[in-house]
Design a protein around this ligand. Structure first.
Ligand SMILES: *Cc1c(COP(=O)(O)O)cnc(C)c1O
Length: 433
């Protein structure tokens, strides 16, 4: 069997492109997102370690591609990360901790795998490729960590000055070498607009080779599926039951990976999306109508998304009204409820949660109040020490950063100020060549 990928905007009989081409392009030429032309059925028994599950689960997605032979090495290089499940409460609930990678957020899985794939695809004579990212915090660090000192690549990060946590800002500036960090005098939306302008600037693109690493890339979506495949197969082996998931959600990349695992026959039952005050997905399910909007700022800032970029993949996987019969639900959590839940999770379970994970724990608490006695698997997306200014005052104690993050925080940090104007970014790109 061979696997091909086509745009969410292309008709179903479009032949599609090979995986390597889809990874290199990022976004499809028509502006849509790449999706597989067919969904394989993948059975996993007795999972051992994540890199092994990943190799088995991803094999059909790599079939007949330029990266097929490299797949085992890619999984070993990128996905040998710890994936603990921590039991909480007395209903068999577990927290799936996705934040034990080098930058302490789940985005390490996707960024490391994408970097390994793009390195493997690189031709020796190619000019240096610039990975251009706008970040509200976690993406930039994960991409910087994944591409640091990788030959043939440089990363240019734009983050909104004063609007990411102090630790996040420090972390972004610690890499140096081929990582160029810019603090922009503007909002995250300004950063994203500047990056989009660069991708639409054809004369610039003749001059510099720029690539995106944002959450629409297949190279991030596919590896994210592997941790759900692994954890849910392990839970199935233990209990004989499919897992119900609660996933903190912004751009819908992480949750879409779980839906993909389920669509390929993985032992997953219900999927609950936990949003912050950005209600676009809860409103979709309540009103049966999708309406993208401006984002609002919240304590769970990595989920401040008003128009999730992966929505097109949701509409592809569950066309029309079928999404409302797909065992998916979505709830919104306010900043006040995030604060309260960080405190209560600590008091009830001794569990220290970041503001994003707290949204999922709040959705779990509502289920318990409503008398639901299923067991749930809660995705924990970042280490609480990354959001210390929110978490520590609520817990009344310091939260120790994990070793990799602690090591980064002792290094000097450097960033360059940039006005929120495209011409300033363009000049930097041209100067780098
Ligand atoms: C990016 C991020 C999210 C949101 O993930 P999506 O894939 O955009 O839905 C949630 N929590 C944290 C900590 C993140 O960094």
């Amino acid at each position: 069997m061979s696997m091909r990928y086509r745009s969410t905007r292309a008709s179903a009989d479009t032949p599609g492109v090979e995986l390597g081409a889809a990874l290199t392009a990022g976004l499809a030429a028509d502006g849509g997102l790449y999706v597989p032309t067919e969904l394989p059925t993948i059975e996993l028994s007795a999972p051992t370690v994540l890199s092994d599950t990943a190799r088995r689960w991803l094999t059909p997605f790599f079939a007949d591609s330029s990266l097929a032979d490299a797949l085992p090495a890619l999984c070993t290089e990128a996905l040998e990360l710890p994936l603990p499940r921590v039991a909480i409460g007395d209903h068999g609930d577990q927290v799936l901790e996705l934040f034990h990678g080098p930058t302490a957020a789940f985005k390490d899985f996707g960024a490391r795998f994408l970097a390994a794939c793009l390195s493997a695809l690189r031709q020796p004579q190619e000019p240096i490729r610039t990975i251009l990212v706008a970040t509200s915090g976690d993406t930039g660090a994960a991409v910087a960590g994944a591409f640091h000192r990788r030959s043939g690549f440089r990363v240019l990060i734009l983050y909104p000055d004063g609007r990411v946590s102090a630790r996040q800002a420090h972390q972004l500036g610690t890499y140096g070498d081929n990582i160029h960090c810019f603090r922009v005098a503007g909002s995250f939306d300004d950063c994203q607009r500047m990056v989009k302008q660069a991708f639409n600037d054809q004369p610039l693109r003749q001059q510099c080779s720029i690539t995106s690493a944002n959450s629409i890339s297949l190279g991030r979506l596919l590896p994210q599926a592997t941790y759900y495949a692994h954890a849910c197969a392990a839970r199935y082996a233990e209990s004989g039951k499919a897992s119900n998931l609660i996933i903190p959600t912004g751009n819908l990349g992480n949750a879409l990976a779980a839906m993909l695992v389920r669509a390929c026959g993985g032992p997953i039952d219900r999927i609950a999306l936990a949003s912050n005050a950005n209600r676009v997905l809860p409103d979709l399910f309540a009103q049966r109508h999708y309406r993208g909007r401006e984002s609002v700022a919240t304590l769970a800032n990595a989920m401040d998304v008003g128009d999730p970029s992966n929505y097109e993949r949701l509409a592809w996987l569950y066309p029309g009204e079928s999404v409302f019969r797909a065992g998916i639900e979505a709830e919104s959590v306010s900043d006040e409820q995030i604060r309260k839940r960080i405190q209560l999770s600590y008091l009830e379970f001794g569990y220290e949660a970041c503001p994003h994970t707290a949204c999922a724990l709040e959705v779990l608490a509502r289920k318990r109040e409503q008398g639901d006695d299923n067991s749930w698997l809660i995705a924990a997306t970042a280490h609480p020490a990354k959001f210390e200014t929110v978490v520590e005052p609520l817990l009344g104690r310091a939260v120790a950063p994990p070793p990799a993050l602690a090591a980064l925080l002792t290094k000097p940090s450097r960033s360059t100020a940039l006005p929120a104007a495209y011409d300033a970014l363009r000049a930097e790109l041209v100067a780098l060549g």
